[in-house]
Design a binder for this molecule. Structure first.
Ligand SMILES: CC(C)[C@H](C(=O)O)[C@@H](O)C(=O)O
Ligand code: SF4
Length: 738
């Protein structure tokens, strides 16, 4: 008898979803839950239409509008066409609603109290369940991993793939366990924990891995707090973050509208209890963090790894011996307008943003109320609170939190992404400094030239009151150091989320294809000029800033590529930027720095590069989602060791041409030297032959259908028929319910 070897949580969930495995290990996996929003879906629906395809499982898809919408009062709301004023945003919202109607999907529109940020509404409704695969055209899909789901962001081509087939092609990631041991000091929230972790492992620390967060501190956290942690796994470069489901998870889910009921619940709970890593399971990497080392933390720079404790100082570039690192710090400090060695708690702020899919849930708001109750926002500060969903807004109003906020001088808004990325009107003005509970402090993220400091909700609340970055521990009364309670209007009491507690320490032959295949241009041999761009951590916000995500087309983005680096504030090209130099204006190859394409899942980044003419990017490492997105567009990402990339970068600086030969897997330098590179065989096959993934997957329809019948028989709660019949609430109307 063979004994199954100990398995990790990630491996269990992944293995349970494999429909088919190719020779090189690429798997076709089933997707249980698909969330859709207005920004990353238009081109996917257009693709379905062009190929005459339908949505395979409308019952497993839930959609909403969140990124583009105003957060102003909806009292006068009639429909998106009259309510959303910005023309491109309006078109995206209207396009989503047209697609919802045409493809028969479930949708929470602006007239529906359940509307909100896509990563808030899924869990809130019980749509997100333990052991499921959850995807969305959005990098922060990792949030849903807090339930023990395998949840990750995908690009728009993959959105189309999921809509058409309810499956995805995936390579298995590696396992990374991050254990947070001990206890958390008073004043430390789960946001501090994840900022601390990213400070330790870096923004590429999780690349190629799925993180399992474990240990006594994680186990003690509420679901809201766990979601903030998994949410930012992507900021650590990970494919996903997961936490084993436990009683806290089950208690959270019980009674949610879409959670299983009755006998299904019993069966589901039994299965969910098996979803934990077996003792002795092997991890490719392990990191251990001591919870008591964490104190309230903020970011000082322009990547989420630039963290500092609130008692610390702005770093001094002079203290970095590595010249590249020193230059990076200097550049960030210049952008952030900070002087080395300034005490962090002396940095004055202009705005406060409390919201985003990281920190806009009810517990976040309760912690803010705890700090600001009876106090006033500093007179020079504008502070806004944007709840994550209409239901959270209502709950906060019912609990009396909203009146505490407004009495303190906060602007209390309607649900949406808001100033997390400023695709709507909520933005920073140039050089404004913001204390923000969001997840990205990239250049220009919250507004052109805006300056973002990431922190916990309680810390942002303290900053609002003091008018500068502040230590929330000054606001916590000594007598409440153990368990902080918050009295609400309805006289229920809630545990303050940062209270200190004592914690116990085979592949099958293709079937006939009955659908049209779209196809991409084949990639074989590419000869051309390479542009050198060795900066590390180029994020997709830098490759294509938010204002260009409002298109509903895949083309025409080339002129906007690297917009903020490439153009001066008045819109004229900066002659110093590499792609503006005459010798690089026709480059077809980009030689880039490590962790290229990190951050958001926007496929607009490869679309913009492609439109400019770049077909191949060579770098020491890529962010997972970006790398996937390039290949779906017939582009080739090549990973090589840093020293080899440095050699190619020197060639590029001299204007020498390179020849990239994919069939033979070599790069030929102009002196005849050949550098070989690796690529997965399935990926190579698709690129060389210009094959469209969806067409290939459609050939496996029978396998998918047989997987689905097995799934319905064994996991009956995963079929969404309970809500399939709900009328689609598009446009007006209010208080819609299941
Ligand atoms: C618009 C979307 C592609 C993007 C993401 O993937 O993260 C956005 O949500 C963000 O936070 O930048
Ligand atoms: S990170 Fe910000 S923009 Fe992206 S989904 Fe979350 S709230 Fe929306």
């Amino acid at each position: 008898m063979t004994v199954a070897s100990p398995t990790t949580l990630y491996d269990k969930v992944f293995n349970d979803h494999v429909i088919d495995t190719m020779e090189d290990g690429t798997c076709l996996i089933y997707i249980d839950r698909h969330l859709v929003h207005e920004v990353t879906s238009p081109q996917a629906f257009e693709g379905l239409r062009n190929a005459n395809r339908s949505v395979r499982r409308p019952d497993l898809t839930l959609s909403t509008v969140d990124h583009n919408i105003p957060t102003s009062s909806r009292k006068e709301f009639k429909n998106v066409s009259s309510f959303v004023k910005q023309p491109d945003s309006k078109v995206q919202c209207e396009t989503l609603e047209d697609n919802i109607k045409a493809f028969g999907l479930t949708y929470f529109g602006l007239g529906d109290k359940r509307q909100g940020i896509v990563h808030v509404i899924g869990p809130e409704q019980g749509f997100t369940l333990p052991g499921t695969t959850v995807v969305c055209g959005d990098s922060h899909t990792s949030t849903h991993g807090a339930f023990g789901a395998l949840a990750f962001g995908i690009g728009t081509s993959e959105v189309e793939h999921v809509l058409a087939t309810q499956t995805l092609l995936q390579k298995k990631s590696k396992n990374l366990r991050i254990s947070v041991n001990g206890t958390l000091p008073v004043g430390v929230q789960s946001k501090d924990v994840i900022l601390h972790i990213i400070g330790v492992i870096g923004t590429a620390g999780g690349t190629g891995h799925v993180i399992e967060f474990a240990g006594p501190v994680i186990e003690s956290l509420s679901i809201d707090a766990r979601m903030s942690i998994c949410n930012m796994s992507i900021e650590a470069g990970a494919r996903a973050g997961m936490i084993a489901p436990d009683q806290i998870t089950f208690d959270y889910l019980k009674g949610r509208p879409l959670a299983p009921k009755g006998a299904d619940w019993e069966k589901a709970e039994k299965y969910w209890k098996s979803l934990r890593s077996d003792p002795g399971a092997k991890y490719d990497k392990e990191v251990v963090i001591n919870g008591s080392d964490i104190i309230p933390t903020v970011t000082w720079g322009t990547t989420p790894q630039d963290v500092v404790q609130i008692t610390g100082k702005v770093p001094d570039p002079a203290s970095y011996s590595d010249l590249a690192q020193r230059a990076g710090v200097e550049r960030s400090l210049e952008y952030m307008g900070l002087t080395p060695n300034t005490p962090i708690n002396e940095i004055s702020i202009d705005k406060v943003f409390i919201g985003s899919c990281t920190n806009s849930r009810i517990e976040d708001l309760r912690s803010v109320a705890q700090v600001v109750k009876g106090r006033k926002v500093a007179s020079h500060v504008y502070a806004m609170i944007v709840p994550g969903s209409g239901l959270i807004k209502k709950q906060a109003e019912d609990e009396g939190l909203a009146s505490i906020f407004t009495e303190a001088g906060f602007d209390w808004r309607e649900a949406g992404c808001s100033m997390c990325l400023g695709m709507n009107e909520d933005q920073l003005k140039p050089y404004e400094r913001c204390a923000s509970t969001s997840n990205r402090n990239f250049e220009g993220r919250q507004g052109f030239k805006g300056r973002t400091h990431l922190m916990s909700p309680a810390m942002a609340a303290a900053a609002a009151i003091k008018g500068k970055l502040a230590d929330v521990r000054e606001f916590i009364p000594v007598e409440s150091a153990l368990v902080l309670q918050f009295e609400t209007k309805d006289s229920k009491s809630y545990i303050f989320p940062f209270a200190q507690t004592d914690y116990p320490t085979a592949g099958v032959a293709a079937e006939s294809d009955d659908g049209p295949q779209a196809g991409m241009p084949p990639f074989t041999v590419l000869k051309g000029t390479a542009a050198p761009m060795p900066m590390t951590n180029i994020d997709t916000d830098k490759i294509i800033p938010k204002q260009f995500l409002k298109t509903i087309k895949r083309t025409g983005l080339g002129t906007a590529l690297f917009y903020e680096l490439r153009y001066h504030a008045d819109g004229t090209p900066d002659p110093e930027f590499v792609l503006n130099k005459p010798q690089y204006q026709k480059s077809s190859i980009l030689i880039a720095g490590a962790n290229f394409g990190c951050g958001s899942s926007r496929e607009h980044a490869p679309w913009a590069l492609n439109d400019f003419g770049i077909r191949c990017i060579i770098a020491p490492s890529f962010a997972d989602i970006f790398e996937n997105n390039t290949t779906k567009n017939g582009m080739l990402p090549i990973t090589l060791p840093q020293q080899t990339v440095d050699i190619l970068c020197k060639d590029a600086e001299q204007g020498l041409e390179l020849e990239v030969d994919l069939p033979n897997q070599v790069i030929r330098r102009s002196d005849g030297d050949e550098i070989s590179f690796k690529i997965e065989s399935f990926r190579k096959h698709c690129l060389v032959n210009g094959l469209d993934d969806i067409g290939l997957t459609m050939q496996k329809k029978k396998l998918i259908a047989s997987f689905e019948s097995h799934r319905s028989a064994n996991y009956p709660w995963l079929d969404g028929q309970k809500y399939q019949k709900v009328p689609i609430a598009v446009g007006g109307g209010s208080n819609t319910d299941w």
